[in-house]
Design a protein around this ligand. Structure first.
Ligand code: SF4
Length: 292
């Protein structure tokens, strides 16, 4: 599609600054353990707010991704450095000293590794569980190229939430996430629900050129594939080299999407300009016990 761009940011997307003592201590802790976060690597607009609340989303397997998704600010290379074997333990140590009830883990996509990094995921989950068993864990996983044994390794650890983003509607996949597959992502969510009985979550960005009807269809697809929770947020262009924003979705339109998602049967919905996959993730966990 030919893109014109959305022009100047509207008033409702002006970033709210909220740093304080807890912001500095979160940053110190992450730096002390040399940890990557998606908050920093993906230039998340909520970084100030989340770190000031003492929360962050850990990025496993380094901060270089093997895919070339055009919306994402994370660095890219075909052959990133080998994963740091100390990372699982270091994440567990950081998590132990943060006052969290729920932690979100995610990773870059490592198509260069035979298991896509699944074993590293398992080690991290286990390290956190052994140092802080009361914590609930949300795993925002890549698609592992549909490798069922890699997916099963992570799913068998029974994270409290299995999150995997579809990111956008199928008509935009070739432009937005060329190495991914919409159906493969839906099947992953279905597998987590059907074979492992996990609480499942997904998310999409809007403002990339999709229509409202396409968003509604995607929400229906997620429900049909056993997805329990959904996040919908505004896509923001991380740099001039990334895909331009096609349109700024208004707060009223986000409310309309929330209504559609709730009516479709999601147990928990977050929809708003600054919503990201891990934004206020702990709020979702209050619903976990009630999920079928
Ligand atoms: S929304 Fe998620 S990625 Fe963004 S700052 Fe908060 S925890 Fe980090």
């Amino acid at each position: 599609m030919e893109r014109k761009g959305a022009g100047k940011k509207p008033e409702w997307l002006k970033i709210r600054m909220a740093s304080g003592a807890s912001f500095a201590s979160t940053r110190r802790l992450l730096d002390h353990h040399s940890l990557n976060t998606v908050c920093r690597s993906a230039l998340c607009p909520n970084l100030q707010e989340c770190w000031s609340r003492g929360t962050a989303t850990f990025l496993l397997l380094g901060n270089i991704c093997t895919r070339t998704c055009r919306f994402c600010a994370v660095g890219k290379a075909a052959q990133p450095p080998a994963p740091d074997p100390l990372e699982p333990q270091n994440i567990a140590l950081a998590v132990e000293s943060m006052r969290l009830k729920h932690v979100v883990l995610t990773s870059v996509t490592r198509d260069d590794l035979p298991d896509g990094g699944a074993e590293h995921w398992v080690k991290t989950i286990r390290a956190i569980r052994s140092s802080k068993p009361s914590l609930s864990i949300e795993c925002l996983i890549p698609d592992f190229q549909g490798n069922e044994s890699a997916l099963d390794m992570v799913m068998a650890e029974a994270p409290e939430v299995l999150n995997h983003n579809i990111e956008t509607v199928p008509s935009l996949y070739s432009e937005v996430r060329p190495q991914a597959s919409y159906n493969r992502s839906l099947e992953l969510l279905q597998r987590a629900k059907k074979h492992f009985g996990l609480s499942t979550k997904s998310g999409l960005m809007v403002g990339m050129g999709e229509t409202a009807v396409e968003v509604e269809t995607a929400l229906g697809d997620l429900i049909r594939h056993g997805c329990d929770m959904v996040t919908i947020g505004q896509y923001l262009q991380p740099s001039a080299a990334h895909l331009p924003v096609e349109r700024y979705i208004t707060p009223e339109e986000f409310e309309a999407y929330r209504g559609v998602a709730e009516a479709s049967g999601f147990h928990h919905v977050q929809s708003g300009p600054f919503v990201r996959s891990s934004y206020h993730a702990e709020a979702f966990t209050n619903n976990i016990e009630t999920l079928p």
